[in-house]
Structure formats: structure tokens, C-alpha cells
Design a protein around this ligand. Structure first.
Ligand SMILES: [Zn+2]
Ligand SMILES: [Zn+2]
Length: 121
């Protein structure tokens, strides 16, 4: 015999089907997560410039200088990536203390790492 649990959304009396929520609220949560992800990758030029200036354009991974975000990519210089230290999908915020400047090489390594960790659990 199983105890029927109700949706964890306060005030919702429906049966919990997925992730402790009813179907509607589980879907709503998925959508919010997706939007947070889009926000995290869609940083504006102003945000990228601010981050770049805060770190003097230096990659926080390898210490190499990166290209200014408002200059053209000439394919030679390291591209600056505005990186969330804790992924937004994992509850990371858009606050200064959660933002680092990485070059595209270091950002790739970090992303691959996170993906590996995700796979291995
Ligand atoms: Zn619900
Ligand atoms: Zn780097």
C-alpha cells in the first residue's frame, strides 16, 4: 500500500505525479528551469563588458588575457566567457560572486567537467 502524496506546490490539492508535484506544476517547474538556463546563456553585451572589466580581461582559469567583448573576434585571441560558477539550473544566481570571467578554452573544460559529473551522478 502506498500513501498518496499531494503536490508540493502550496495550496494545490492534486496528487503528486512527478518530482513531488502534480502534472501541471511539474511542467511549470521544467519551464522555469529552461527559462533560467536561457537567461544564463543570454547575457547582454553590457553584462559581459562589466564582467570583463571587473577581472581586467584576465581568464580566472589560466590567467591569460581575453579579447574585449565589444571588439571583433579575429579568431586569434581567447574569447571571454561570462561563466556562472554554480550553474543557474543548480540554483546559481546572477550575482557578482557567482560570475567569473573565463576564456573559451577554460569554459569548455568546465562545461565538459560538469557534463561528466552529470553523467556519473
Ligand atoms: Zn500542483
Ligand atoms: Zn583560460
Amino acid at each position: 500500500m502506498t500513501v498518496a502524496s499531494v503536490c508540493s506546490q502550496s495550496g494545490c490539492p492534486r496528487r503528486a505525479l512527478r518530482n513531488g508535484r502534480c502534472d501541471d506544476h511539474a511542467r511549470e517547474r521544467d519551464r522555469r528551469k529552461q527559462e533560467a538556463h536561457w537567461r544564463s546563456t543570454g547575457s547582454t553585451l553590457a553584462q559581459r563588458m562589466e564582467t570583463w572589466r571587473r577581472f581586467d580581461g584576465m581568464c580566472q582559469g589560466c590567467g591569460e588575457p581575453t579579447r574585449r567583448p565589444d571588439t571583433r573576434d579575429d579568431g586569434e585571441q581567447l574569447r571571454p566567457i561570462r561563466e556562472h560558477l554554480a550553474a543557474v539550473a543548480d540554483g546559481g544566481t546572477d550575482d557578482d560572486e557567482n560570475i567569473a570571467l573565463l576564456c573559451h578554452l577554460c569554459a569548455d573544460v568546465k562545461t565538459a567537467d560538469a557534463r561528466r559529473r552529470g553523467l556519473s551522478g
